[in-house]
Every structure is written in C-alpha cells, then in structure tokens.
Design a protein around this ligand. Structure first.
Ligand SMILES: Nc1ncnc2c1ncn2[C@@H]1O[C@H](COP(=O)(O)OP(=O)(O)OP(=O)(O)O)[C@@H](O)[C@H]1O
Length: 333
C-alpha cells in the first residue's frame, strides 16, 4: 500500500451463512457469497462509482469498508486501518451517507443534530464552525437548521445527512445511493456539492448508485460488480462501449403516426402518439431531436438513460467475462 492509496482490497470475501426452511421443521444451511474475491485500489482524491444490479454485493462491500461487517477472507485497508479491527479509529477518517436512511436524530432540529455530531467526533470548535458554515452555504441549509429532521423533505434530509458526514473532515466519503428518490433540482445540487468537495478538499469518494448520470457527472472511474465479483474497472466510456448501450428518446407527436424514420435511431416501441427511439449512448441527442422536430409534429420529448441492469445485461450478451476490464487500475480498463 503506498501513501497515495487510501483504499486497498485484496481478494476480499464475505460469505453469509443462512438457514432456510426446507419443510415443516427441517432447516437447510446454505452459503451466500455476497462478495467473492474482490481486489481494487483507490487513490487519494479519486471519485469512483461502485455499481451493479440489486443484490450484487455493493452494500456488503461498503459495510466491510466501514467496519460494520467483518470480512470472511482477503485483506482490507482504509487509510492504513483495518476497518473491522479498529472501527473507532477509522470512524474519525471516514464519512458515510446511506440514501435510504438517515444518521440524524429524527426528533431534533437539524442544527442540534450537528452539535451532537461535533461532540461524538470531538471536532475542534473552529474546524466545526468552518465546516458547518461551508456546508450550510453550499447545501443551502440555513433555513433548515431549526427544523426537526422528521419534517424535512427527502432532498433536504439528504443534504442534511451529507453535511453531517463531513463536519469532521473525513478523508474518505462513502455514499450509498445519495440521489435516490430526489427530484431533478435536488439531484443537481447534491452532485454540484460533491464535485466541489472533491475539487476543493481532495476528499476521496466511493459512490454507489443506480443512476448512471451520477457516475457520468461525478466519476472518472467506475467499477461494476455482479454476483460478488468485479466485472469492470475503468472509465464510464469504456463501459458504454462494452455494454453497447443505448439511450432512448421518447417523443410525443401531435397524433398517431407510423414509426418515425430518422437516421441514427430506430423505433423500439409505439404507443398511440408516443414513440420510443433508441440510439447509441455515445451519440448526441441534439441532432436527433432537431430531425424529429423538423419532420414530425413534435409536442413533447424526454430522454432516458440506460439503467445499470440494462448495461450489465448487454455486457453479458456481448460475451463480456469481466477479466479484461477488472484489472484494478484507475482509468482506462
Ligand atoms: N445479513 C445478510 N445475511 C444473509 N445474506 C445477506 C445479508 N446481507 C446481504 N445478503 C445477501 O448478499 C447479497 C449481496 O447483498 P448486498 O446488499 O450487498 O447487494 P447490493 O449490491 O447492495 O444490492 P442493492 O442494490 O439491492 O442494495 C444478496 O444476495 C443478499 O441477499
């Protein structure tokens, strides 16, 4: 491990032993290999996406990285610390945000929650003030500080949670689905904040998401895991090539028409006046929209990014075995 490498995983494994009913009284023991020999390294200051379908093993990996779960095998170091052995020492150096649940105190005003975080982490007053001021300004938390957490909207709570995870200046931030359920404006705010944080403070970020736009806008590197194994490690563009992925332009015409004909796209579905046009993810949507608007009575449109499940199923369909891309390098793959 070099000083530059903040997260190191070597053949990391987590096996859950489960007992399930196999009859009225009989129970069968079985094993779930949630993480099945994953190796990668993350350098200080990197922003890395960690993606995969449901049940791939992402949360299990993050839980081992925070010390909540003990690995069944392999080696793991975060900022030089073995997370399961020294969870307390690690807690001062990492921040964690789980999109689906809050780490804030439900009944307390947001500002009081931050005071508790300050005491919990023993953050020096000057540093606490500076970090809080920065978060309040950039995440627009000012009017929310006096509001009990339970009264915050999902987007407000998420911004509140991100601030709470950063008050002690962690070197590494783990984000598990930070934009899940947020509206477009809240998503944009959260992404802009994370970009600034990484640029200004050099915070290393590991991000789990189902939203490929998060990855596109934040991460120069993406790792794909499936069934507990690392399938790809490299740039998002490389993943798109491998997955031969497509985006979809959904157009609403003024009336029902036969399938639209425009170069560079094919109609994959027609339902009344609505049509779905698939086109290569690497191509720009602008010329396509212009062509449709010029030749057809266009009323409305929207753009759909492929979801992660889709990209991965295309990777399989393309005969991708993951070995070539999952080399543990930084970008490229
Ligand atoms: N405590 C546990 N006991 C038994 N099996 C578990 C436990 N936690 C996770 N698993 C299993 O391990 C596998 C990986 O789960 P994990 O939650 O890490 O996936 P994930 O990639 O985070 O999925 P999602 O995107 O749905 O959150 C799944 O098959 C899951 O059922």
């Amino acid at each position: 491990m070099t000083a530059d490498e903040l997260i190191v995983l070597e053949r990391l494994e987590k096996v859950f032993r489960v007992r399930r009913r196999a009859g009225l009284v009989r129970r069968e023991r079985s094993e779930v290999r949630a993480v099945d020999g994953i190796s990668f390294r993350v350098r200080r200051g990197e922003m890395v996406g960690y993606i995969g379908p449901n049940g791939a093993g992402k949360s299990t990996t993050i839980k081992m990285l925070t010390g909540i779960l003990t690995p069944s095998g392999g080696r793991l170091r975060v900022a030089g610390v073995d997370p399961a052995r020294d969870r307390k020492a690690l807690a001062r150096r990492i921040g964690v945000v789980f999109g689906q649940r809050t780490t804030l105190w439900w009944d307390l005003p947001l500002g009081d929650s931050y005071q508790l975080v300050r005491r919990l982490y023993r953050v020096e007053p000057a540093r606490f003030r500076a970090n809080l001021e920065r978060c309040v300004e950039l995440l627009e938390l000012g009017p929310l500080l006096s509001v009990p957490v339970r009264q915050l909207s999902l987007g407000q709570r998420m911004r509140g949670d991100i601030a709470a995870a950063l008050l002690h200046d962690p070197e590494v931030l783990y984000l598990d689905e930070p934009t899940i359920g947020l509206d477009v404006i809240s998503k944009t705010k959260v992404r802009a904040f994370l970009r600034d944080l990484n640029r200004d403070k050099g915070t290393t970020v590991l991000l789990t998401t189902h939203d490929l736009t998060d990855i596109e806008q934040l991460c120069s590197r993406v790792m794909v895991i499936d069934q507990g194994r690392l399938m790809y490690d490299g740039a998002l563009s490389g993943l798109r090539e491998v997955g031969e992925s497509e985006r979809t332009l959904v157009v609403d015409l003024a009336e029902e028409r036969p399938a639209v004909e425009v170069p560079g796209a094919r109609v994959v579905r027609v339902s009344g006046p609505r049509q779905w046009l698939a086109f290569p993810a690497s191509a720009s949507a602008a010329p396509l929209v212009a062509r449709v608007a010029a030749d057809y009575p266009l009323v409305d449109l929207s753009l759909r990014e492929p979801d992660i499940e889709e990209v991965i199923s295309r990777m399989y369909a393309a005969g991708w075995d993951g070995a070539a891309g999952a080399g543990g390098g930084s970008a490229g793959g």
